[in-house]
Ligand binder design. Structure first.
Ligand SMILES: [Zn+2]
Length: 254
């Protein structure tokens, strides 16, 4: 049994499968799921196989990950094909948001402080997984993903349910003015001035962007978990001075 973080609002639907892996100190590489950060590939693939077995029971058959580049590129997955799972070479190139409506196909994003956002439209049965660091958030990648779900799958934003996963919180994410300046319009609940620095709340800003995109406030769940504060359970790039570990947030339709 793999301990996963789950959102109750996704679990309420039989047509949705999802889960967010956690750090497990006793596992190899802390149960990291990242192939691109220099850990031995065979160890990471073994860690992924444990997750795969778990998700197989949920109904997942294929697993798709992307080569994440802090872009605002959104890719719709239209083939029943595992990609980026056993090797990086066949990952979806240069993409930070995946969208899919094929039953059995799990899509996911890797993070360690950046914001993982999972989306599910229970009416059109479409899911999305989004990687939003400060660059992706500046480029409003969650809003662009919602737009693609509208255009390609007919999703109504008011039907979409969102889960904003564990990420570095406003308690710990100190940034300089050059970063903060992009987000000042979101107000003090998102960017708190702190002497010469600013405390940036990226999960909160992503929530605001989802609401601007038409999602209902009550359809958006925040995990409330700060990766730096809860570093024993989640990888934190900041807290661990540039760690190689990443945890994986996945979602799919049955
Ligand atoms: Zn914190």
């Amino acid at each position: 049994m793999v301990p996963l973080y789950r959102f109750a609002q996704f679990d309420a639907f039989d047509s949705c499968m999802h889960g967010i892996s956690r750090k497990l100190e006793e596992s190899h590489c802390g149960f990291s799921q990242a192939l691109h950060t220099g850990e031995p590939a065979e160890v990471i693939v073994k860690n992924r196989t444990r997750l795969e077995t778990y998700f197989n029971h949920e109904g997942a058959t294929q697993f798709v990950l992307a080569e994440q580049t802090h872009s605002d590129h959104v890719t719709c997955i239209t083939e029943v094909l595992t990609r980026g799972w056993e090797k990086m070479e066949d990952a979806v190139a240069d993409t930070d948001a995946l969208v899919c409506n094929i039953p059995g196909v799990m899509i996911g994003v890797l993070t360690a402080d950046c914001v993982p956002v999972l989306l599910f439209d229970p009416v059109e049965k479409v899911v999305a997984a989004v990687h939003a660091g400060w660059r992706g958030t500046q480029k409003r990648i969650v809003a662009k993903t919602v737009k693609r779900m509208q255009e390609e799958y007919g999703s109504l934003p008011s039907n979409i349910i969102a889960g904003i996963g564990p990420a570095i919180g406003g308690c710990c994410y100190e940034v300089g003015e050059e970063v903060a300046s992009h987000f000042l319009t979101y107000g003090k609940s998102a960017v708190m001035p702190n002497a010469e620095k600013f405390m940036l709340d990226l999960p909160q800003i992503n929530k605001f962007q989802l609401m601007e995109a038409g999602l209902q406030k009550e359809h958006i769940s925040l995990s409330g978990i700060c990766t730096a504060c809860e570093n024993t359970d989640y990888f934190s790039y900041r807290k661990e001075n540039g760690c190689s570990g990443r945890f994986l947030s996945m979602i799919g339709v049955r």
